[in-house]
Write a protein of this length. Structure first.
Length: 499
C-alpha cells in the first residue's frame, strides 16, 4: 500500500536517508520539510496520508507541531522519530495520539512495516476527511482507535453502507461540515467514553448509537444502555447481526421520513392499485407470495402495509404465515412471541397475538412459536376460520406467506390460501427466479380458482440500454401476458432484504 508521505526532519542527511528508504520500498510520493512551518504548509496544499515527524526541530518543537497537526489534520497518522530511548517520552506521545514511534538511528526493517501499518490505518479512516453534511441512509460512523475493528466493519458493510471511521470523538468534532449518519458504532473504551454519548449524538446528527462490548460484561452493557446507547453489539462482531440491526434502524428512519425512501413512489403506486381493487370494502385480504426464499416478500408486504397505514385512514393488519423462517417480527423490532401458530392451535386469541407498530392504524400478528406442531390442524376449514376472524376488525389484511417451493406439513401452504383471499401478488426476482417455476406456480393458483392479480418484479435495476429492455419485454410477452389480469413492476433493490 502506498500513499503521500511527509517527512519532517531538520537534519538533511537523515531527511534524505528516510526519502531513499521510502522510495526503495515503492513509496514514490514523498514530501520533505525541515521545520514545522513547512510541514503545515504542505499539509494544507496536499492530501497527506502519513507524517514522519522528528521531535527535535528548530524554532518549533515536534510536540508543538504535532499539536497543530492534530488540530488541523486529525485524521493523518503520525509516526514520531526520536533520539531518546526514554519510555516516559514515548508513552507521553502515544497518549497524545501519535500512531507509533521509532528511535534513531532509523532501521529499514523497523520503519517499513510501521509505515505499511500506518497507511492501512489511514485507508480506513481517510473517508472521514471527505465527508459532507448531507444525510445518507447508508452512512455509518465508527468511533474507535482499534484498526482491526474498523477493518472488520468495513469488510462486513461492504458496498451496502458507507463507513466513515474516526479514531476518537475529537477527530469527529474537527471534521467540518459535520457528517450526518444513519447510525454511529462505538467501541467501548476505544476513543470515546460513555459520558460523551450526548456530545456524539450532536456531532453525528444521529440518535442511533450502537456500542461494541465484550459479551460477558453485563455491567458495561447496562452502563451503555443507561448512558443513551440504543443498542449493543457483542464481540466478536457477527456480520448477520450488525446488518440486521442497521436494517431495523433504516426502517425506523424511513417510517419517520417516508418521502426519503428510495422506493416511496413505487410503493405509493402499489398502494393506489391495492386500494382501488378493494373498492372500499372492509376486510380486503392480500396474499404476498414468491416461489423461493429471499425474494423480498417480507420487505414488500411490510412496506405496502406501512404505506397504506401512513397515507390513508384504513386500518391494516399484517400477518406472518411463514412458520419456516419468520422474519416479520424482526422487521418491526418485535420479540418473537405468540402469533399465528398459537391462534391455530387454540391456545391464544387473535387479540392477544396482535401487536402495535409505529402507526396507530397498523398492527402485526407474528408467526408465533414454531415448537408447536400444527400438521394435524392445518385444514382448509381451520385456515378459513382464522382469516374470517382476522378480517373482522380491519379494512385491509396483508399476508406474508411462506415460499411456494418450500412448503411442508408444518407450513400453511400458500396454494390453500388462494381461494380465501381477494388479491394475490407474486414476486419475481430477475436472474434468480426460475421462469418455468414462475409459470407453473401461477398456473397452479389459477387451477385452485385463484388467478394471480399482479406480479412484482423485485430487485430490478432499470437501465436505458436496449438490451435490458428487450429482455424485460421478452419476459413479459413470453411468460406473463396470458396469465395476468394486471401487471405491477416495482423497482426495489432487495439484495440485503430477506423474504
Amino acid at each position: 500500500m502506498t500513499g503521500k508521505i511527509l517527512v519532517v526532519e531538520d537534519d538533511p542527511a537523515s531527511r534524505y536517508l528516510l526519502e531513499a528508504l521510502l522510495n526503495g520500498a515503492g513509496h514514490e510520493q514523498v514530501y520533505l520539510a525541515e521545520d514545522g512551518r513547512q510541514a503545515l504548509e504542505i499539509c494544507e496544499s496536499e492530501d497527506i496520508d502519513l507524517i514522519l515527524l522528528d521531535l527535535m526541530l528548530p524554532k518549533t518543537s515536534g510536540d508543538e507541531v504535532f499539536a497543530k497537526l492534530q488540530k488541523g489534520h486529525p485524521a493523518i497518522p503520525v509516526i514520531v522519530i526520536t533520539a531518546s530511548n526514554s519510555v516516559a517520552d514515548s508513552v507521553k506521545m502515544m497518549r497524545l495520539g501519535v500512531f507509533d514511534y521509532i528511535t534513531k538511528p532509523v532501521q529499514e526493517e523497523y520503519l517499513l512495516p510501521l509505515v505499511d501499518a500506518a497507511l492501512h490505518y489511514r485507508s480506513l479512516y481517510k473517508p472521514a476527511a471527505s465527508a459532507n453534511n448531507e444525510l445518507q441512509d447508508t452512512r455509518i460512523i465508527f468511533i474507535g482507535s482499534n484498526v482491526d475493528t474498523a477493518a472488520t466493519l468495513q469488510e462486513y458493510l461492504d458496498s451496502s453502507y458507507e463507513l466513515l471511521a474516526f479514531k476518537n470523538i475529537e477527530t469527529l468534532k474537527a471534521t467540518l461540515p459535520a457528517p450526518e449518519a444513519l447510525a454511529v458504532i462505538v467501541e467501548a473504551g476505544k476513543g470515546v467514553s460513555l459520558s460523551e454519548l450526548d456530545t456524539l449524538k450532536y456531532h453525528s446528527n444521529s440518535s442511533e448509537i450502537l456500542i461494541i462490548v465484550p459479551k460477558d460484561d453485563r455491567e458495561l452493557v447496562h452502563q451503555s444502555l443507561s448512558s443513551g446507547a440504543t443498542g449493543v453489539l457483542y464481540k466478536p462482531i457477527d456480520k448477520r447481526t450488525i446488518i440486521q440491526k442497521l436494517e431495523q434502524i433504516r426502517n425506523m428512519y424511513y417510517s419517520s421520513r417516508p418521502y426519503n425512501h428510495p422506493y416511496y413512489a413505487e410503493f405509493t403506486q402499489f398502494q393506489t392499485k391495492v386500494l382501488k381493487s378493494a373498492k372500499g370494502t372492509s376486510g380486503h385480504t392480500i396474499l404476498v407470495v414468491s416461489s423461493d426464499p429471499g425474494d423480498g416478500r417480507t420487505f414488500i408486504a411490510a412496506n405496502l402495509a406501512r404505506n397504506i397505514a401512513r397515507n390513508s385512514d384504513k386500518s391494516v393488519l399484517l400477518v406472518d404465515f411463514d412458520r419456516r423462517k419468520p422474519t416479520l417480527h424482526k422487521e418491526f423490532i418485535l420479540r418473537s412471541g405468540q402469533g399465528v401458530t398459537e391462534i391455530i392451535a387454540g391456545v391464544a386469541t387473535p387479540e392477544v397475538c396482535t401487536y402495535s407498530s409505529e402507526y396507530p392504524n397498523l398492527h402485526i400478528i407474528p408467526a408465533g412459536l414454531s415448537k408447536i406442531e400444527l400438521s394435524h390442524l392445518l385444514t382448509h376449514q381451520k385456515v378459513s376460520q382464522l382469516l374470517t376472524q382476522l378480517r373482522g376488525g380491519f379494512d385491509t389484511v396483508i399476508i406474508d406467506s411462506s415460499p411456494l417451493m418450500m412448503a411442508n406439513k408444518e407450513n400453511i401452504d400458500p396454494l390453500s390460501l388462494g381461494d380465501l383471499v381477494d388479491d394475490i401478488y407474486f414476486i419475481v426476482v430477475p436472474r434468480k427466479s426460475r421462469k418455468m417455476i414462475i409459470k407453473k406456480a401461477i398456473d397452479r393458483f389459477k387451477t385452485h380458482g385463484a388467478p394471480v392479480t399482479g406480479i412484482i418484479v423485485n430487485s430490478l435495476h432499470v437501465r436505458t440500454d436496449d438490451g435490458l429492455r428487450t429482455k424485460l419485454n421478452r419476459l413479459r410477452e413470453k411468460f406473463l401476458a396470458r396469465t395476468l389480469t394486471r401487471r405491477l413492476f416495482i423497482r426495489a433493490g432487495v439484495g440485503q432484504y430477506g423474504g
